[in-house]
Design a protein around this ligand. Structure first.
Ligand SMILES: Nc1nc2c(c(=O)[nH]1)N[C@H]1C(S)=C(S)[C@@H](COP(=O)(O)O)O[C@H]1N2
Ligand SMILES: [Mo]
Length: 519
């Protein structure tokens, strides 16, 4: 006879057996992934799959809540789900054999399904989930049997005094649990260290560009707290769907140009560099940038015009779009005309601010197109340019609520004074950034409270594809004040005052900040 507390304790021990088997599953899979198929880690494959299937509002919520930590939050959530599922699996196995083993089988099957949707699949890709399922099932079966002999189960009279099975249970749970943690953590760390992107980036020899961006005098205003003219790589915003940053060896990288072309073209990294590179100054902007937000950055890029590469392939009549594809399956749809236009610097970039592209920013090759939001142009970890039509192909974000074509909207923002830093009365530098890629900024105006719009001073633009800094010297009076900014482009168009959300093709509205001036 088992008492209520005795039964509760048995269930807790069954859950422990489940947790140990869950850990064994993950550790075995990580170890095999390290040894035979680096892309076939179940936890990363399932995570990547989840990112692709969660509804858009949830993704926006995750980015808003966790910011750049959204992937860590996802992995933590996934980890918690694994813990709960493992514990339940352990209890199931104890209460009704072989339900726990069935649960492990389902976990293995889900892992295989996720791996198949993510990675380049080889027969080895199946080894990590299959072997993990077998090993974890063995551990769970043995733990469950010892537990039932010791504590009793649905169909076995237990004997709480059976110290042989009690010791056997704890010994196996301990050894398996500790080994799983050591093996799992070691496998992850070794995987991370040996596929070192640093080593691959360090080996790249960048060619000397044939031309450089010339920076005019007065391109950078001297205002404390304003965004720098060129955003350091370490501070550059990052937006992508990649759970782990792809590691691409430039020696094996190939760009394929296919689809509606006269000749399929395949280029190696060296062949691309040998076409000759130039330096470009281009400001990148994300469609998810809210009014006043930070999802915009400016860099110098070394690259080759996309039009030169498309010319080698010969786009056919009727084509109107290029679907660029990343190694992780991400795609962007860019109007063919933007990429063949002689007056537009659409490039395949290999360097950012003087160094090979950082891993997070698309190493070894990405696309950069002035004037188009990143999601329809700036494909990182680029592997393919497919010449096609908007009618025939859809890019990643198109069925997810974003426009197939999306020019960057004329915009401006206040950087200083910062909302939460009170300023002293008197002369205060109000300053920020404005951008109108491909057109250029003509003027920026500032308004204090309900006053008149006053022209701000502009920095000398590097070119029409980069943002400019603006500054207004304000004679601040004590109290709280609203500072608003708006820009006009070189076509005479005024930045839209209407508030638009980021979906489907970018936010609009004038940025306004509240500042407190001390007395
Ligand atoms: N492979 C890949 N490329 C991608 C994306 C992505 O999710 N995957 N996101 C795009 C988006 S939405 C933007 S705004 C830019 C951001 O580039 P960055 O991360 O270098 O700033 O990359 C684009 N290129
Ligand atoms: Mo974006």
């Amino acid at each position: 006879m088992t008492t209520h507390t005795g039964r509760g304790r048995s269930i807790a021990l069954a859950a422990l057996a489940g947790l140990v088997s869950g850990a064994v599953f993950l550790a075995t899979a990580e170890l095999l992934a390290l040894l035979v198929a680096r892309d076939a880690s179940p936890i990363l494959a399932v995570g990547g799959f989840v990112i692709d299937i969660v509804p858009q509002p949830f993704k926006e919520f995750a980015i808003a809540t966790f910011g750049s930590n959204d992937k860590i939050a996802l992995l933590a959530g996934l980890g918690l789900a694994v813990v709960i599922a493992s514990a339940i699996g352990g209890v199931l196995q104890y209460v009704r054999r072989p339900l726990g083993v069935v649960a492990l089988g389902i976990a293995g099957a889900l892992s295989i399904a996720a791996i198949v949707t993510r990675a380049v699949v080889t027969p080895f890709s199946f080894l990590p989930p299959v072997v993990a399922t077998v090993v974890a099932s063995l551990v769970l079966t043995v733990l469950g049997r010892r537990l039932r002999r010791w504590r009793g189960g649905m169909d076995v009279e237990g004997d709480p005094d059976r110290s042989v099975d009690r010791r056997g249970f704890f010994r196996l749970a301990g050894v398996a649990g500790v080994s799983a943690v050591i093996v799992g953590v070691t496998a992850r760390v070794v995987t991370a260290a040996t596929s070192s992107i640093d080593a691959l980036r360090g080996a790249v020899r960048l060619p000397t560009p044939r031309s450089r961006v010339s920076i005019p005098a007065g391109a950078e205003l001297n205002v404390p707290g304003i965004s720098p003219l060129f955003t350091p790589n370490s501070a550059f915003y990052r937006v992508d769907t990649a759970l782990t940053v792809p590691t691409i060896d430039p020696n094996t990288w190939r760009l394929v140009v296919d689809g509606m072309v006269d000749r399929r073209v395949e280029l190696s990294f060296d062949e691309l560099l040998n076409m000759g590179v130039d330096e470009y100054g281009i400001t990148l902007t994300c469609v998810s940038n809210e009014v006043g937000g930070g999802l915009v950055g400016n860099a110098t890029w070394l690259g080759v015009p996309v039009r030169d590469i498309l010319r080698m392939a010969g786009p056919q009549a009727g084509a109107d779009m290029v679907l660029s594809r990343s190694i992780d399956g991400y795609t962007a749809s860019t109007p063919l005309a933007s990429l063949t236009d002689d007056g537009l610097d659409a490039i395949l970039a290999v360097a950012m601010n003087g160094e090979p592209l950082p891993a997070e920013h698309g190493f070894p090759v990405r696309m950069v197109v002035p004037g188009l939001y990143g999601y329809v142009s700036a494909t990182k970890w680029l592997t393919e340019l497919k010449v096609t039509t908007f009618a025939a192909d859809q890019a990643y974000w198109t069925p997810r609520g974003y426009s197939a074509e999306a020019p960057i909207k004329l915009s401006s923002r206040v950087d200083v004074p910062k909302i939460d830093t009170p300023v002293a009365p008197g002369r205060v530098a109000v300053a920020g950034m404005a951008w109108a890629q491909t057109v250029g900024i003509d003027r920026v105006e500032v308004r204090i409270d309900d006053g008149a719009w006053i022209p701000a001073m502009l920095s000398n633009a590097v070119n029409d594809d980069t943002w400019v800094q603006w500054m207004y010297e304000w004679d601040a009076t004590p109290g709280t004040h609203y500072i608003a900014v708006r820009a006009r482009n070189k076509k005479g168009e005024l930045q839209s005052q209407d508030r638009a959300p980021i979906a489907p093709n970018g936010s609009t509205g004038w940025h306004r900040v509240l500042v407190t001036v001390s007395s």
